[in-house]
Design a protein around this ligand. Sequence first.
Ligand code: MLT
Length: 345
Amino acid sequence: MSLLKEELERNLNKPEVDKASLRKVAWVRKDLLGLQELSREELELILSTAESFKEVISREIKKVPTLRGKTVVNLFYEPSTRTRTSFEVAAKRLSADVINISTDSSSVRKGETLIDTGKNIEALKVDIIVVRHNYSGAAAMLARNVHASVINAGDGWHEHPTQALLDIFTLKEKLGRIEGLNVSIVGDIAHSRVARSNIWGLTKLGAHVTVCAPPLLIPVSIEEMGVKVTSDVEAALKEADAVNVLRMQFERDTENAFPRQLEYFKNFGITVDRLKHAKKNILVMHPGPINRGIEISSEVADGPNSVILEQVTNGIAVRMAVLFLVAQAHDQLRSKARTRGAKKI
Ligand code: MLT
């Protein structure tokens, strides 16, 4: 039995995991494009798989041979520090080969389309493409055009599934459950793919989500996603078990309509004073990058309620789980296609 299988087996035998539901669900998706399309069982499967990998990355030797012989390409059309590095570390911990392509120094600068770039990467016998793009839907479009697995590392304002998964993983690790938790998301909701993925994931897992921002930064009809909406930050903090603080995405403010930075901090910034309105043990989360003194004060970001750096660590375990699951599904699809005598994928 492989190391990972042993890990997973041990995990399935832990009493706190619902064995029945885990056994019922199999991961069959070659891609991870968003949390909107995932079932509760699929979300739970990713989270429980990540628990096994969290144990792996806590060992002295933090590496398993699970993806030996596979190649992962990180194709990033937007800047990233945490997400790109985290995918790279995750893939290396699984013994995959990793190649990073930054579009600043690639043929994209010469006008190559995303699909052409993807097909060329695939022709290099790459197994998984992790893509970040400034257009919503770019990851899905790439996935429809290549046989390789595609993982969405953030597409425009649409979704950032692995960020939400690591946020949810951290909440569950700290608070023991997701069902029934009150989670407030405070910040630039309108432009945030992190907010959208968190809302899909948290509501499917039974959490109560409140979003809080100035009216201009709240998307029309967001209530239809099953969330409460407020522009009163103290009200958003009052009942919350956790607050996920979002950055103002000034780079997406094409109409120059955002509140000025100081004005935003005064009215919405998460400060020690504001946390006096919250539960004493409220978890403070942030996907990064943090803008100190705009959406959060340094005292809170570095304070006792903050789990921001733990989120970063958990990102590795969650991304290992996602890489593992899509690679496994891809192998199964390929062997089914071979059995049917279909065109080799
Ligand atoms: C993102 O890529 O969306 C980040 O993780 C959050 C941000 O940029 O504010």
